[in-house]
Write a protein that binds this ligand. Structure first.
Ligand SMILES: [Fe+2]
Length: 252
């Protein structure tokens, strides 16, 4: 079985449509919306293709019509792009986002997966670094072989005892200084983090042609083109090897 793992699409349709991997199951780890400005085709893709999906903090904020007022950085970008998101999505799509579960357990090919956008302790908001101690404290009571997360926009694979934590990175807004769309493939117990070039300038053009404030346009263009904002990101996690195998899973 070939499993496609995607997270943090953030309404970046050129990035999402660039992922043309064949798959038997597709797991979506939340944050379909905000930042880029094409939420509808992204939500439609998830509705058609996702075998299972969970809600991210941005999906929750859009569904609950939460207004964000940040003065700088990603909080600022959330506030200004959320207004556009709200104008562009249908009420049916908003309901879809709000109905997504915050955690989901699935069993595929004899492997038990836990899907959650952030962490099992705080499914929507906790920022999870690629650290064994951090994850050991959060997985002691978790009955799963593989924990699939998103939220940080930094891909990693981490062995934590007999469990594996996989963060496929962000499809639509990578923040690890590599602007290519990030995702993961699991096949035959082997996990591979993958990157693919996409039409970044198409995404940037849709931002520049929008009614967003000029500072927001500039920041978004920078993050889409470079995979980071100029301000040093001290929370950046270190890179892990791009492939590994699932330890001690029930599958043969
Ligand atoms: Fe996100």
């Amino acid at each position: 079985m070939r499993i496609l793992l995607v997270a943090d699409i953030h309404a970046n349709w050129p990035a999402l449509r660039a992922i043309e991997e064949p798959f038997d199951a597709c797991l979506v780890l939340g944050d379909l919306v905000d930042y880029a400005l094409e939420p509808t085709p992204c939500i439609d893709w998830v509705r058609r293709k996702a075998t299972h999906a969970v809600r991210g903090n941005h999906d929750h904020g859009v569904a609950q019509q939460v207004r964000v007022q940040g003065k700088n950085g990603f909080k600022y970008l959330t506030g200004v792009t959320r207004q556009v998101t709200q104008e562009r999505i249908s009420s049916d799509d908003r309901r879809f986002l709000g109905a997504l579960p915050v955690t989901k357990r699935v069993s595929l090919d004899g492997v038990k997966f836990l899907m959650v956008h952030a962490t099992p302790r705080d499914p929507l908001d906790e920022y999870s670094i690629a650290d064994v101690d951090f994850w050991s404290r959060r997985l002691a009571d978790v009955d799963a072989h593989v924990i699939c997360v998103g939220h940080t926009h930094h891909p990693y694979i981490l062995e934590v005892g007999d469990k594996l934590v996989i963060n496929p990175g962000s499809v639509g807004q990578p923040r690890d200084s590599d602007p290519r769309a990030s995702y993961a493939i699991i096949e035959n117990q082997r996990v591979e983090l993958k990157r693919i070039e996409y039409a970044v300038e198409e995404t940037v053009t849709s931002v520049l042609q929008s009614a967003l404030p000029e500072p927001a346009k500039a920041l978004l263009a920078e993050v889409f083109r470079t995979g980071s904002l100029a301000k040093p990101d001290s929370s950046r996690v270190k890179s892990e090897p791009p492939t590994t195998t699932i330890p001690n899973s029930a599958a043969s």
